[in-house]
Every structure is written in structure tokens, then in C-alpha cells.
Design a protein around this ligand. Structure first.
Ligand code: NAG
Ligand code: NAG
Ligand code: NAG
Ligand code: NAG
Ligand code: NAG
Ligand code: NAG
Ligand code: NAG
Ligand code: NAG
Ligand code: NAG
Ligand code: NAG
Ligand code: NAG
Length: 411
């Protein structure tokens, strides 16, 4: 049994960030209308946008017609004072087409959300002319080509979501100039090359998600400067080498998933103290070795520890120091496919009573299966298979299967 689903938990944090973003939809009274591009340009740009949509099965763009003013067209918001388009929001309408370069003429646009449609072809470089853009969501389309370098001119950008497309090429280092960026998700594309060190310049970053790409190289140590990082998803990719020690020292970090790369070396002994707020630690599918640091028991918010598919050694769980009531929130522990050894002590019963998954298959653990496992009252998933256990399966575990236990692989 393995736990390597992409735990897209971070959307929860967006709620918080989006609360601030409400202002995006309101007029900004300090902005005087620009001379060159006016209301007529906005209307024309929208009509061009509509023109490049070849399939609109729900007819959402049929309201984009002459009988009503463009500020009332579906998906459009305008500033009440200047009557210029500030938001274009058409998510999940099965729209098929390309994104017209005319979009770059919507010079008051702050909020652009075309997620979950079937836009294909390239993201036009003209988006770089949207110098007021704050929120850009093109996730879940079929966009191809590179991430436009000119996006780096959108200096007000706070949320950049391009996940689940077919983007290729490198992550432009120029994005490092987006110093207001809080959330960047480029996950599930075909991006190659390395993670640009320049991202370490964006001190406002909270969420970085580049999982499911083809990124290579070392993780730049500059990312360790992102002291406000709350979520970092780096895998699967082809990243390798030592994971920068500075990235284990993040006082706000809640979710760290670096699964399915080729990181090696050992975990720092004080990791549980330098990640005091960590809830989810996903290190599976790498080449880490050494023992699990005892300080993990100091990470009192820890809910999930997945270190499966590595070369860790040591005794389970006492060598982890995980036998403490401090870890009262601990729910999921997966240590499968490592080199853990020793016997499973009775103290395993002292793991959190919240524990729902205890998965330690594919190791070299021997001796008896402790009957005290029955004390783990919340357990729904138990994986002990592929070890060197001897003796009988405790009758108490049979009783457990009448209760919560849904999956058990023991031999
Ligand atoms: C124009 O949009 C309005 C509002 O959605 C709609 O009632 C009307 O039928 C549309 N007109 C045309 C010609 O499509
Ligand atoms: C995407 O849009 C479709 C309709 O076009 C909808 O059924 C689906 O639930 C949406 N998915 C997400 C993740 O929003
Ligand atoms: C708007 O954008 C298009 C394409 O990027 C461009 O050709 C056009 O001249 C721009 N200006 C106006 C006023 O439409
Ligand atoms: C962006 O789009 C994705 C995919 O449809 C969706 O899951 C996410 O909630 C959107 N986020 C924001 C902030 O709009
Ligand atoms: C992209 O940025 C460059 C440099 O500012 C500029 O010369 C070029 O016109 C921009 N491209 C588009 C399509 O806006
Ligand atoms: C990435 O590229 C490979 C090979 O070109 C292709 O099979 C795969 O579907 C692509 N993935 C995405 C997310 O586009
Ligand atoms: C941004 O980061 C790069 C690489 O880390 C660095 O060379 C550059 O000086 C930084 N720029 C600014 C403005 O901080
Ligand atoms: C870690 O990986 C790098 C590159 O993949 C390699 O050069 C280095 O020797 C490895 N270190 C250890 C301790 O295995
Ligand atoms: C962690 O970072 C703080 C400052 O952010 C620094 O003072 C401390 O020395 C660092 N600790 C470790 C173990 O790297
Ligand atoms: C960390 O946990 C250990 C073992 O429970 C405990 O002795 C130590 O005081 C804790 N350290 C801190 C800084 O909380
Ligand atoms: C569980 O923890 C308690 C308190 O720390 C200790 O007294 C007890 O012996 C432990 N049980 C086992 C089976 O180790």
C-alpha cells in the first residue's frame, strides 16, 4: 500500500487569500482612465475574445451582443466609475477556442479566470500588458507552448494558476520579478528545466506547487529565503541531490510534499523543531537514508508522515520518538518500502488514538505482531505485509476488523 496521491490540500489556503482579493472586483477610485485605450477598446477586445471561442455549448457568450452594454455581459465586471472591464470570469463552461491576444487590451483587468474550459494553443504574450492583473487562473485547460515571459510585467500579480494544461519549456526566471506573488501553481504540465533561483526573490510567496512536471536539477537554496511559505509541492519531478537545509527551517510551513524525486541524504535532526507548524510531510519515493529524527515528535501539529520508498533505517516506532501524546493529531503514517528493522514494540499502542493508517509494509521488521495494536482505535488501514514477522496474528486484530478496519495486509 502506498500513499502518493497529490494531496491538493492547498486550495484551503486560497479561501484566506481570496478574502483579500474581493477588492479586485471593486472599482479603484484612484485610477483615471487612460487616454489611448477606452471603453470602446474593451468592448472590441471582448468581441475579439468571443470570436476566438469556436465552441460555446452552453451559449454563455450569446449574451455578449449589441442589445446590452458589455459591462452586463455574462462573466464581465466593470469598475462602476470608469466602466472599464476589471474582471473576466468564465470558468467551467466547456468553452473551446484560443485565447485572443486582444485580451491584452483590457488594460483595467485585475481578475481573469478561465479555468476548467478547453482553451488550447498558446497563452498570448499580450497578457503581459495587463499591468493591473492580480489574479490569473487558467488551470484545467489544454494550453500549450511556453509560459509567456511577458507575464513578468504583470507586476501586481498575486495569484498565478496554470496547472493542468500542456505547457512545455522552462519556468521563466523572469517570474522572479513578480514580487507580489502569493500563490503559484504550475502543476501537471510538461515543464522542463530547473526551478529558477529567482523565485527566491518573491518574499510574499505562500504557496508553490510545481508537482507533476518534468523538472530537473537541484532545488535552488534561494527558495529557503521564502520565509512565508506555507505549502510547497515539488513532486513528482526529476529533481535530485540534497534538499536545501534552509527549506527545513520554515516556521509557517504546513505542507511539504517533495515526493517522487531523487532527493538523497539524511533529514536534519532538528526538523521537528524548525518546522513547528508542519501538518503534512511527504517524502516518499526519494533516496533519503538514515533514521527518522526523534524531533519529529516535537512537531505537534503533524497529521501525516509519508516516507515510503526510501532507504530509511531504524526501529519503528520508538526510534522515531513518535510515542508521545504530543502527537495527538497524528493520523497517517506510511513507512513502507524502506529498511526499517528491529521488532515492533508494544509501545506502538501509544501512537495517537487518531491514527487511521499505519502502513509499514516492505521493511525488515521481525518478531511478534504486538496485540497492543488493537489500542489504535481509529485505525482503518493497517499494512504490515512484506516484513519478517513470526508467530501468530493476535486474535485482537481479528476483532478489530469488525470495527473500523477496512484494509489490512499482514503477511
Ligand atoms: C443578447 O443577450 C440577451 C441577454 O442574454 C439575450 O436575451 C438576447 O437573446 C441576445 N440577443 C441575441 C441576438 O443573441
Ligand atoms: C469543470 O466544468 C465542468 C462543466 O464544464 C463541471 O462539470 C466540472 O465539475 C468542473 N470541474 C471542476 C473541477 O470545477
Ligand atoms: C489591441 O490588441 C490587438 C492585438 O494584440 C492589436 O492589434 C490592437 O491594435 C490593439 N489595440 C486596439 C485599440 O484595439
Ligand atoms: C483555479 O482553477 C482551478 C481549476 O479549475 C480551481 O480548482 C481553483 O479553485 C481555482 N482557483 C482560484 C483561486 O480561482
Ligand atoms: C513582450 O515584452 C517585450 C519587452 O517589453 C515587448 O517588447 C513586447 O512587445 C511584448 N510582447 C507583447 C506581445 O506584448
Ligand atoms: C507530456 O508529454 C508526454 C510526451 O510528449 C505526453 O505523453 C503527456 O501526455 C504530456 N503530459 C501533459 C500533462 O500534457
Ligand atoms: C533575484 O534572484 C537572482 C537569483 O537568485 C539574483 O541574481 C538577483 O539579483 C535577484 N534580484 C533581485 C532584484 O533581488
Ligand atoms: C546525492 O545525489 C547527488 C546527485 O544525484 C550525488 O552527486 C551525491 O553523491 C548523492 N549523495 C549521496 C549522499 O548519496
Ligand atoms: C532558521 O532560520 C532562522 C531565521 O529565519 C535562523 O535564525 C536560524 O539559525 C535557522 N536555524 C537553522 C537550524 O537553520
Ligand atoms: C522535544 O521533544 C522531546 C521529547 O519529547 C522533549 O524532551 C523536548 O523538550 C522537546 N523540545 C522542545 C523544544 O519542545
Ligand atoms: C505508553 O505511554 C505511557 C505514558 O508515557 C507509559 O506509561 C506506557 O508504558 C506506554 N505504553 C507502552 C505499551 O509502552
Amino acid at each position: 500500500m502506498k500513499l502518493h496521491s497529490p494531496f491538493a490540500f492547498w486550495s484551503r489556503f486560497l479561501h484566506i487569500i481570496l478574502l483579500y482579493s474581493v477588492s479586485i472586483l471593486q472599482p479603484n477610485s484612484t485610477i483615471a482612465s487612460t487616454a489611448l485605450l477606452g471603453k470602446g477598446t474593451d468592448r472590441f477586445a471582448l468581441l475579439k475574445f468571443k470570436e476566438s471561442v469556436s465552441n460555446d455549448p452552453h451559449g454563455v457568450l450569446s449574451s455578449w451582443n449589441d442589445s446590452i452594454r458589455f459591462c452586463s455581459w455574462q462573466g464581465i465586471r466593470c469598475g462602476s466609475r470608469h466602466q472599464r472591464v476589471t474582471a473576466l470570469k468564465l470558468e467551467g463552461y466547456d468553452l473551446r477556442g484560443t485565447i485572443s491576444p486582444y485580451i491584452g487590451n483590457l488594460s483595467f483587468l485585475r481578475f481573469l479566470d478561465l479555468r476548467n474550459n478547453s482553451f488550447f494553443s498558446k497563452i498570448p504574450q499580450e497578457v503581459g500588458r495587463l499591468f493591473r492583473l492580480q489574479h490569473f487562473n487558467l488551470s484545467s485547460n489544454m494550453l500549450e507552448g511556453n509560459i509567456p515571459v511577458n507575464l513578468s510585467y504583470c507586476s501586481q500579480l498575486r495569484i498565478l494558476l496554470l496547472g493542468r494544461n500542456r505547457l512545455t519549456g522552462r519556468i521563466p526566471m523572469e517570474l522572479g520579478s513578480l514580487i507580489k506573488l502569493e500563490v503559484v501553481s504550475l502543476s501537471t504540465n510538461n515543464l522542463t528545466g530547473g526551478i529558477p533561483p529567482s523565485l527566491g526573490n518573491i518574499s510574499s510567496l505562500n504557496i508553490v506547487d510545481v508537482q507533476y512536471n518534468n523538472l530537473v536539477g537541484n532545488v535552488p537554496h534561494e527558495l529557503g529565503r521564502l520565509k512565508r511559505l506555507v505549502v510547497l509541492y515539488l513532486g513528482p519531478n526529476f529533481l535530485f541531490g540534497t534538499f536545501p537545509p534552509s527549506l527545513y527551517n520554515m516556521s509557517f510551513m504546513i505542507e511539504l510534499f517533495i515526493t517522487y524525486n531523487q532527493f538523497n541524504g539524511t533529514l536534519p535532526s532538528n526538523i521537528g523543531l524548525t518546522l513547528p507548524n508542519i501538518q503534512y510531510l511527504g517524502f516518499s519515493g526519494n533516496e533519503f537514508s538514515g533514521t527518522l529524527p526523534k524531533s519529529l515528535s516535537n512537531a505537534s501539529q503533524l497529521q501525516m508522515l509519508d516516507v515510503s520508498d526510501n532507504y530509511f533505517v531504524g526501529q519503528v516506532p520508538s526510534s522515531l520518538g513518535l510515542n508521545l501524546p504530543d502527537l495527538s493529531k497524528f493520523e497517517i503514517m506510511s513507512l513502507t518500502d524502506n529498511n526499517f528493522g528491529g521488532v515492533l514494540p508494544n509501545s506502538v499502542a501509544n501512537l495517537s488514538t487518531q491514527l487511521t493508517a499505519f502502513i509499514i509494509g516492505g521493511n525488515k521488521i521481525f518478531g511478534n505482531i504486538p496485540p497492543t495494536l488493537e489500542n489504535l482505535v481509529s485505525l482503518t488501514m493497517l499494512g504490515l505485509d512484506g516484513n519478517l514477522f513470526t508467530g501468530v496474528i493476535p486474535a485482537s486484530l481479528g476483532k478489530k476488523s469488525d470495527q473500523n478496519l477496512q484494509t489490512a495486509s499482514i503477511r
